[in-house]
Every structure is written in structure tokens, then in C-alpha cells.
Design a protein. Structure first.
Length: 92
């Protein structure tokens, strides 16, 4: 069982770092008028555990902060993840 928590920690660390880097990369591509990362990919990364990193990247790079679905969606996904973690911790 301890290996599961190490795996989960590494997985979440990777996904959050990946979400942060994706936001920075998309911002850089937007400035250069290059091919962009699809918004579905950004949301999927967030849903798969990278919500904190994606949200941090949004604010750090000042990217997608004016889009209402990002401004409300990313914090909502993070709140969902926190709620799920609390539920797992105390009720399972």
C-alpha cells in the first residue's frame, strides 16, 4: 500500500508540472502566432490531476484568464480534486 501513495504522488507531481508547462507553451505559441494547444487538451490535463499546475500556469503566464470557462472551470476542477481527496482520506 505505501507504493500506491508514492506512485500517486509522482503521478500528480508530473501532471501538475505538465499542466504548468502546457500553459506556458501555449502562451508562447500565441505570442508567435503559431499552432496552439487545443483547449480540450488543457482541460483534460487538468481533469487528469494537473489542476493545480494548470491554474498556477494560468496566473503565472497570464494566459486564458479572461475566458470565463477557464476562470471558473479550472478552480472548479481543483475544488473537485480537493473534495475528492478529502472524501477518500476520511471516508474510505
Amino acid at each position: 500500500m505505501p507504493y500506491l501513495s508514492y506512485f500517486l504522488f509522482i503521478y500528480l507531481l508530473f501532471m501538475n508540472l505538465f499542466g504548468f508547462v502546457l500553459m506556458g507553451s501555449d502562451k508562447k505559441r500565441a505570442r508567435k502566432h503559431q499552432w496552439r494547444i487545443p483547449e480540450k487538451t488543457l482541460f483534460l490535463t487538468s481533469l487528469l490531476g494537473g489542476s493545480a499546475g494548470t491554474l498556477a500556469g494560468m496566473h503565472f503566464f497570464r494566459h486564458k484568464t479572461r475566458h470565463w470557462y477557464f476562470a471558473f472551470g479550472m478552480p472548479a476542477i481543483l475544488a473537485l480534486h480537493i473534495g475528492l481527496a478529502v472524501w477518500i482520506r476520511y471516508f474510505l
